[in-house]
Design a protein around this ligand. Structure first.
Ligand code: NDP
Length: 477
């Protein structure tokens, strides 16, 4: 892309088109040196051999420093990817909480004394992998970076963090803060540049022992193939086309508000965006009318404007992708009930703005209903009964999340169990907390981040036996 010139990568503020900052691109030779440095730090710094409560002290110090720098980090992320300032502040809070959570998890995680079946004591211990590659997308850099870096360090690894070329400014700040907080040098380094070039080189590097990736499904599939060839463990957090279901017995005020925030929060640039709303046929026109009306009233503005509800998209080229997605929806027969265009007016001219968009009238198997827009585009579909709903809602390649609004908790339970999704929200939406596992079914991913699963992800189980026998083994047992 044209924002990489020679060896510098420039981040463009999507609200203004101005430069937000720049970073040095990592060359292949520099990557080799970084892997060597990380391997040496893993081997020699003493980090992996520190008692867990001592590692936890450093993780807590990182969280304290992140908290102290909250405002400047939030503003940097706002310029880097255009999210409203309030959301960026929330994401720094999330990163603070994530380092605190994994500090506590690190010093309290129990392993097992297993049941013996002979004269020995048997147990498990957790060992770090070594050098972990952590690759993150542009939509929520500080949050996604923390979700990988905190548990990977807690487990004793060294981390090479590769942020997206479209939001490269937060990762170096996290690495600086970690160093200042007492993390030994070399344990957290940042690889910068184009994913298809230096990202691919990182994944293929023989010195990288484990790969943790968050991003699109196509990229995840490509990374998974490289990891398979190397027999390297890989965690993939991928895309979604999450169903958001409104049953006729739901509290419709709460449901409509959640449908709106579920898709238009973060301008739809969220892996768990509720991008397909399924509305029970008997209330379809009423609820869809309310959703479209509210979408038209969303305040689209600069990320730091008073009362902003939706900022610009994260980059100008991403807006072009969203525009192409909506153009195709029209060609597939979609009726655009709200948005479907850039907002007009001088305030929007310099930025990558796009209106909250609501579309209906599409076949469930249309590409618009099957593929991720990763933008502020909601498609609406009616359903008549539970069997039809389950078939339609499960009828994509994805399985990341779903929301169900109903006044009948038994129905919530039935649907929640039947829907193919890693996270199910009944009478709530888009809760994704650091203490609860998160990941996808089907093409939405492999592995679980967050919670204790998110710590175990970065460790391998070793079984240890201590023999108690006092007589020599026979040759054959
Ligand atoms: P991409 O898959 O394009 O990129 C994600 C990261 O991978 C970026 O850092 C990118 O670098 C890098 N990358 C690209 N190609 C390669 C490669 N061949 N080898 C190694 N690294 C590579 O996704 P986007 O950045 O466009 O993010 C949007 C996607 O992320 C959506 O599909 C969304 O659903 C998903 N996502 C999933 C989440 C989850 O937890 N499940 C959370 C957030 C987003 P570069 O940008 O420089 O090309």
């Amino acid at each position: 892309m044209d924002h990489i010139i020679a060896e510098r990568l420039t981040s463009i503020d999507p609200a203004t088109g101005a430069e937000a900052g720049s970073v040095a691109v990592t060359t292949p030779a520099a990557l080799d040196r970084m892997v060597e440095t990380a391997a040496a730090a893993f081997r020699d710094s003493g980090w992996k051999d520190l008692l867990p409560h001592k590692r936890a002290e450093v993780l807590r110090a990182i969280s304290d420093r992140l908290e102290a720098e909250k405002e400047s980090l939030a503003r940097l992320q706002m310029r880097d990817n255009g999210k409203p300032l309030s959301e960026c502040r929330g994401m720094v809070d999330y990163a603070v909480g994530t380092f605190r959570y994994y500090a506590s998890a690190c010093e309290t995680l129990q392993t097992e004394v297993t049941t013996p079946r002979g004269p020995y004591v048997s147990m498990t211990v957790l060992e770090p992998y070594g050098v972990v590659a952590a690759i993150t997308p542009w939509n929520s850099p500080i949050m996604n970076d923390a979700t990988k870096v905190a548990p990977a360090l807690a487990a004793g690894n060294a981390v090479l963090l590769k942020p997206s070329e479209d939001a490269p400014l937060l990762a170096p700040e996290l690495a600086r803060i970690a160093l200042e907080a007492g993390l030994p040098e070399g344990l957290l380094q940042v690889v910068q540049g184009r994913g298809a070039a230096i990202g691919a080189a990182l994944v293929a590097h023989p010195g990288v022992a484990m790969i943790s990736f968050t991003g699109g499904t196509a990229t995840g599939r490509a990374i998974g193939k490289v990891a398979a060839d190397r027999v390297a463990p890989v965690a993939l957090e991928l895309g979604g086309k999450s169903p958001h279901i409104v049953c006729a017995d739901a509290d419709l005020d709460l449901a409509v508000a959640a449908v709106i925030s579920g898709i238009f929060g973060s301008a739809g640039q969220s892996c768990v965006a509720g991008s397909r709303v399924f509305i029970e046929a008997s209330i379809y026109d009423e609820v869809l009318g309310r959703v479209a009306e509210r979408a038209r009233s969303i305040r689209v503005a600069a990320p730091d404007a008073d009362g902003v509800e939706m900022g610009p998209l994260a980059s100008f080229h991403h807006r072009e992708r969203v525009e192409a997605f909506v153009a195709r929806a029209r060609s597939e027969g979609g009726r655009v009930l709200a948005g479907g265009a850039r907002p007009e007016g001088a305030a929007y001219e310099a930025g990558a703005y796009y209106l909250p968009t609501v579309i209906d009238g599409l076949a469930p198997d249309s590409l618009t209903c099957q593929e991720e827009a990763f933008g502020p585009v909601l498609v609406a579909l009616p359903f008549s009964d539970e069997a039809e709903l389950i078939a339609l809602a499960n009828g994509t390649a994805f399985g990341l999340a779903c929301g169900i609004w109903t006044g009948d908790f038994r129905k919530g339970w039935r649907l929640g169990r039947a829907l193919e999704a890693g996270s199910v929200w009944v009478n709530t939406y888009k809760q994704s907390v650091t203490s609860t596992p998160f990941g996808g079914f089907k093409s939405s991913g492999i592995g679980r981040e967050k919670g204790l699963d998110g710590l175990r992800l970065y460790a391998q189980v070793k079984s240890l036996y201590f023999g108690l026998q006092t007589t020599p083994f026979p040759v054959s047992k």
